[in-house]
Design a protein around this ligand. Structure first.
Ligand code: NAP
Length: 349
């Protein structure tokens, strides 16, 4: 247990967490960020440090990163151990992982202390608050900013669980380049922007990408939907759901069984992989019963245009409290707001 309570503890390390850290560090509040643990459970769940942006490819819509040669800028900003990312791509614009490493670097440059562990328990009934991490470290803090984001959903069928790590994934960018998918057919489940983005990415490696959607119209934005329709390697299977992942212990995934949403018919499709892109769940399990939440377990902002939760001194930022905008820029924006809200609240005490 630290002897002196921290001014502010930030839980989470996506754009919201680092934006909050940059602002509170520059306000001399010496923030402590719990960035999450690096372990297999978090890898499988998609909850590794640096958040969902670290699981994407190109970031096309984050202001400040236009197309252009950013190589020199990135080399000077990233620590030497991360130069491989710049050297590997030699490209224009900025990728999600690069952007996240830059944000982390920016926060630590201003003195942010980072703890690489998951928070498993909080006590908001005492003052200062108590925050306990999975390896037993407990930190006390006068204010807390929750920025734990959201994670990808899975279908929840037993065969899907069985073949996780053997062809079932919720992250094409993390797993798509594996040899098992190269020049083989794969399926992507979903009809939103994520599904189209994943299908488009996978079409670089796979022979055919079957996009399985339960309706006859994509939810994705027009420009993204057109990208899927124009890609000759993407084959959209309309009005269909995956009701079983097919495979063997030796080969992993070998296909999926599709159930029509229009009638009782089923059909099998051969595939080496099944990528889920069917929405998200907020990372709030450790906060159940501690903070007010919506029906879908997103944290509730309780004051209009502020990041306050129902507990004074506890603030929420990013996707953990936002199931509507869910963009990196809005997460970073609310991270900044939470930092300013926390700073003002601390000085009022
Ligand atoms: P989403 O927009 O909520 O789409 C989820 C998709 O999965 C929907 O098509 C939904 O079908 C389908 N689905 C949900 N549960 C299912 C189930 N159990 N079985 C089969 N299908 C299921 O989620 P998202 O695509 O992750 O996007 C989230 C937000 O991030 C959006 O605001 C999106 O614009 C944004 N985003 C933007 C970009 C980009 O701009 N590059 C990339 C990725 C995400 P229905 O359509 O029938 O509901």
């Amino acid at each position: 247990m630290t002897r002196v309570p921290e001014h502010v503890v930030i839980i989470g390390s996506g754009p919201a967490g680092w934006a909050a850290a940059i602002y509170t560090a520059r306000a001399s509040l010496q923030p402590v960020v719990f960035e999450g643990a690096v372990n297999e459970d978090n890898r499988l769940q998609g909850t590794l440090p640096l958040g969902q942006l670290a699981l994407t490819t190109e970031v096309e819509n984050y202001p400040g990163f236009p197309a252009g040669d950013l190589t020199q800028y990135l080399r000077s900003s990233l620590s030497a151990e991360h130069h491989w990312m710049v050297d590997m791509h030699q490209k224009e614009g900025c990728s999600g992982p690069e952007l996240m490493h830059l944000m982390r670097q920016q926060a630590t440059n201003f003195g942010t202390q980072v703890i690489t562990d998951d928070v498993v328990e909080v006590d908001f009934d005492t003052r200062p608050f108590r925050i306990r991490a999975s390896e037993g470290k407990t930190v006390e803090a006068h204010s807390v900013i929750i920025a734990t984001g959201a994670r990808a959903n899975y279908l929840g069928i037993p065969s899907e669980e069985k073949f996780k790590n053997a062809g079932v994934s919720a992250c094409a960018v993390c797993d798509g380049a594996l040899p098992r998918f190269r020049d083989r057919p794969v399926v992507v489940v979903g009809g939103g922007d994520s599904a189209v983005e994943e299908a488009d990415y996978l079409s670089k490696f796979a022979s055919t990408v079957y996009l399985i959607h339960r309706r006859d119209e994509l939810r994705a934005s027009k420009i993204m939907a057109q990208r899927a329709l124009d890609n000759p390697k993407i084959d959209i299977q309309w009005n269909s759901v995956v009701d079983e992942i097919l495979g063997t212990d030796e080969q992993g995934v070998t296909g999926v069984r599709l159930q029509s949403t229009l009638d009782q018919s089923t059909r099998n499709i051969e595939a080496a992989g099944a990528f889920m892109a069917i929405g998200h769940t907020p990372n709030t399990d450790f906060l159940i019963g501690k903070l007010a939440m919506t029906e879908k377990k997103y944290l509730q902002w309780t004051v209009p245009f502020r990041t306050n939760t129902n507990i004074e001194g506890v603030f929420a930022a990013g996707d953990v409290a936002d199931d509507y905008y869910r963009q990196a820029i809005t997460a970073a924006g609310t991270g900044c707001m939470a930092a300013l809200d926390a700073e003002r609240w601390l000085s009022s005490q």
